[in-house]
Design a binder for this molecule. Structure first.
Ligand SMILES: *Cc1c(COP(=O)(O)O)cnc(C)c1O
Length: 451
């Protein structure tokens, strides 16, 4: 009864998988925030290095991973694939459950897979500082870790709600040499505008993005980095799914269901895109499910439309599922899932019917997380808990139907720095937020007008 499936260092994938090559129709181009005309690589050059811009628009199916990046990935990759025997037993399910454990990275999530790549290409371009935003602090800590390894300074705008609730991630960023600023902040025009309207706002990812983009755009030596959503971020995460496929082979199994939580969509993309590829190119029939919070139901209740990536309307306009760029989600504890939009690539797959989406409330997510911790040991991040809820529900369904599904999910990160949310859950103090229909209706009325 094997539990853990490991690969050697030299089995870290040598190429990223670019799903743009296999889409039934290409993505619609991003539009300029002011002119609303399609933008080209030159428009992004003030905030991104050219290597990443070229990856953003690349139609090549595979893109080589530079050795310098693979060398650093060996610090924690290949990550283990586990068979959750004890969870299966607890659920009395005929289903098999596997999870790819991304919590083994130094910051504890999947995010350094792209942070290392982004820091590397910025270093090559001679950039001295990177500005970014962070929700729960996972991305900020991942980028701080990565920039430190390449000797680049890092400024992190952290969503105020999380800055107050989750001080440990702020300290991690300091340990890795970064500056962490609560957002909205008086440092930027976008921050000052929000503070003038609502001084007590908990902030949001959309606001923090505006601040970081503004910081990068107004300083020559400074670039911007995004921890999710963009094509190159999803690309860098595909090492997860490619490793998992090798590990499942070693386990002599094939996934029939693939599950990931989705905030901006990157960890879900990382695990699932190689499986979507096989559904498209080999006519496999794997069911692929993204799970989002009921309080921020982008794929399940949003519109597939052109929208800004941030609140202030500074970013390019992307075609994606969105709840409206000025929608500020309730302060749920899965801070990494509080984003109004969704990766254009994940959105496209959903619009084409190539993936499914579902949502759950935070209390049911925590309940699933505790069931997981009490059988498999690892305490999940609140974001990951959303995926686990759906995995457990599927496995329980199999108990009724007798179906023997093989379920694979992405364990996107551990919850060691989210224990205060567990404390609230155990005390019965976690609210479940109803679907904010009126707020979403209002913010969808403010989508940019494009022809
Ligand atoms: C950031 C984060 C997420 C959500 O971001 P995606 O881009 O949707 O993956 C999920 N889980 C963890 C642990 C995170 O840190």
């Amino acid at each position: 009864m094997q539990t853990k499936f490991l690969l050697d260092e030299n089995e870290i994938p040598k190429k990223w998988y670019n799903i743009q090559a296999d889409l039934p129709t290409p993505l619609q181009p991003p539009l300029h925030p002011q002119t609303k005309k399609p933008i080209g690589p030159a428009d992004l050059a003030p905030i991104f290095p050219m290597d990443l811009i070229m990856q953003e628009v690349s139609q090549e199916q595979y893109i080589p991973i530079p050795d310098e990046i693979r060398d650093i990935l060996t610090l924690w990759r290949p990550s283990p694939l586990y068979r959750a025997h004890r969870l299966e037993k607890k659920l009395k399910t005929p289903a098999k459950i596997y999870y790819k454990y991304e919590g083994v990275s130094p910051p504890g999530s999947h995010k350094p897979n792209t942070a290392i790549a982004q820091a590397y290409y910025n270093m090559k371009a001679g950039i001295e500082r990177i500005a970014t935003e962070t929700g729960a602090g996972q991305w900020g800590s991942a980028l701080s870790f990565a920039t430190e390894l390449f000797d680049i300074d890092c400024t992190v705008y952290m969503v105020r709600g999380s800055y107050d609730q989750k001080p440990y991630r702020k300290m991690m960023m300091q340990a890795w040499g970064a500056e962490c600023i609560p957002s909205p902040s008086p440092k930027t025009q976008s921050g000052r505008a929000i503070l003038a309207k609502d001084p007590d706002t908990p902030g949001s990812l959309g606001i923090a993005i505006s601040e970081a983009v503004e910081d990068a755009a107004t300083h020559d030596n400074t670039n911007y980095a995004l921890g999710s959503v963009l094509n190159h971020v999803c690309l860098h995460q595909t090492v997860i799914g490619m490793e998992a496929q090798e590990q499942l082979k070693a386990a002599e199994d094939e996934a029939t269901v693939v599950v990931g939580c989705a905030g901006g969509g990157s960890n879900f993309a990382g695990l699932s895109f190689p499986f979507v590829r096989d559904n498209i190119t080999k006519k496999n029939d794997t069911s692929i499910i993204a799970v989002e919070p009921a309080a921020c139901p982008t794929l399940t209740k949003g519109l597939y439309a052109y929208d800004y990536g941030d609140v202030a309307g500074l970013t390019p306009i992307l075609q994606m599922y969105t709840l409206g760029h000025d929608f500020i989600p309730a302060s749920i504890h899965a801070g990494g899932l509080r984003y109004h939009g969704m990766a254009p690539l994940v959105s496209k797959l959903h619009a084409e019917g190539l993936i499914q989406a579902t949502s759950c409330h935070q209390n049911e997510a925590f309940e699933a997380a505790v069931t997981f911790a009490r059988s498999e040991g690892i305490i999940p991040a609140p974001e990951t808990a959303h995926a686990i809820r759906v995995v457990i529900d599927k496995a329980l369904e199999c108990r009724t139907t007798g179906e023997e599904e093989t379920i694979l999910f992405n364990f996107s990160g551990h919850g060691h720095f989210d224990l205060s949310s567990y404390e609230m859950y155990f005390a019965g103090d976690l609210p479940d937020y109803e679907y904010p229909a009126e707020l979403i209706k209002q913010s969808l009325a403010n989508l940019p007008q494009v022809s």
